[in-house]
Design a protein around this ligand. Structure first.
Ligand SMILES: N[C@@H](CCC(=O)N[C@@H](CS)C(=O)NCC(=O)O)C(=O)O
Length: 119
């Protein structure tokens, strides 16, 4: 079964993106919540997540030992891994329309968190 490593559900909005996606489309997964003590290199959180995800952040998805991190990468992986869930348009023109919506959603999400645009 898939394992999703997440942070605190009240504070880790990044964690909730793949969590909501998986719940919404009914893909079963085991949820592993890691407590945030701090993001310092020697924190318990960093020690635990770094054993799973080399970049040391949540969310991280473990699919039978293959670990995917970064919310958009996780979403894209799930779309290809579960094509029957139709998470992303198959048809070329529909996909072209979906891309800017996804980019804007990412840009607005980062802005809401006070983060610079990264794409
Ligand atoms: N771009 C990443 C952001 C993930 C992220 O920043 N997660 C936070 C928790 S909400 C984290 O683990 N931070 C640890 C750190 O910055 O050291 C994504 O889309 O997954």
């Amino acid at each position: 079964m898939l394992k999703l490593y997440i942070g605190n559900k009240n504070y880790s909005s990044w964690s909730m993106r793949p969590w909501v996606l998986l719940k919404q489309v009914g893909i079963p997964f085991e949820e592993i919540e890691l407590r945030f003590d701090s993001f310092d290199a020697n924190s318990v959180f960093k020690e635990k997540i770094s054993g799973v995800n080399p970049v040391g952040k949540v969310p991280a998805l473990d699919d039978g030992g293959f670990v995917v991190w970064d919310t958009l990468a996780i979403a894209e992986y799930l779309a290809e891994r579960f094509p029957e869930k139709n998470l992303w348009p198959q048809e070329v023109k529909a996909r072209a329309r979906a891309q800017p919506v996804r980019r804007d959603a990412q840009r607005l999400w980062r802005a809401a968190l006070g983060l610079p645009d990264e794409y």
